[in-house]
Design a protein around this ligand. Structure first.
Ligand code: GRF
Length: 204
């Protein structure tokens, strides 16, 4: 492993997880990991402003009608190779990456999902769990494989749902949990402490 692990953070919107990663880096809590680039598929993403404020390079790669899904993924891949990225961190990136891309960066892509996978996959993990009436939900960081929200689970943190919770209050606690967990996992990855054995992930 190289001394510094260069990460790319892929975003589409608010970027609060990106902010948590930026803050962790500033506080020395990201270990040997270093944000090399932020990539957004949306030019209006607030995440881009967060990157700019922190002096981090960013680029917008929009999915236009002219680009096929594979061509889009290939554009991303070219940038990631040019930047010599060691870890791709999906942080609210609203696109599903194709099989070829995932294969090319096997076990070097991680995602954060706002539910205890494999429950409540998809784009509305918090609301789905809340409306279902579960008493405990949580956040999951997992490796990205060819499926959607289906890769090996690296870490999970539980969040209790109280009777007094509204969707808004639950969302707030969930995001707080995400912001603690994601930088921790990035650090573990950068320290070479995440080992994959079949579907199981061990922290060594
Ligand atoms: C987070 O809830 C994350 O779990 C999900 O998308 C949301 C992104 O939020 N994948 P932000 O853009 O990091 O604020």
């Amino acid at each position: 492993m190289p001394e510094k692990i260069k990460i790319a953070v892929l975003v589409s919107g608010n970027g609060s997880n990106l902010q948590a990663i930026i803050d962790a880096q500033a506080n020395g809590d990201l270990g040997p990991a270093e944000i090399g680039i932020v990539i957004s598929d949306k030019p209006e993403a607030l995440a881009l402003e967060r990157a700019a404020k922190a002096g981090i390079k960013s680029v917008v790669v929009e999915k236009t009608k002219e680009l096929s899904r594979e061509e889009y993924d290939e554009k991303l891949a070219v940038i990631l190779r040019e930047e010599e990225i060691n870890l791709i961190v999906l942080a609210g990136f609203m696109r599903v990456l194709g099989e070829k891309f995932v294969g090319a960066f096997k076990w070097k892509i991680i995602n954060i999902h706002p539910a205890l996978l494999p429950a409540f996959k998809g784009t509305h993990g918090i609301a789905d769990a809340f409306l279902y009436g579960v008493k405990v939900t949580g956040v999951t960081v997992h490796f990205v494989d060819e499926g959607v929200d289906s890769g090996p689970i690296i870490a999970q943190r539980a969040v209790k749902i109280e009777d007094t919770d509204t969707l808004g209050s639950l969302e707030e606690r969930m995001h707080h949990r995400e912001h603690e967990l994601y930088p921790e996992v990035i650090r573990l990855f950068a320290e070479g402490r995440i080992k994959l054995e079949g579907r199981k992930v061990k922290i060594v």
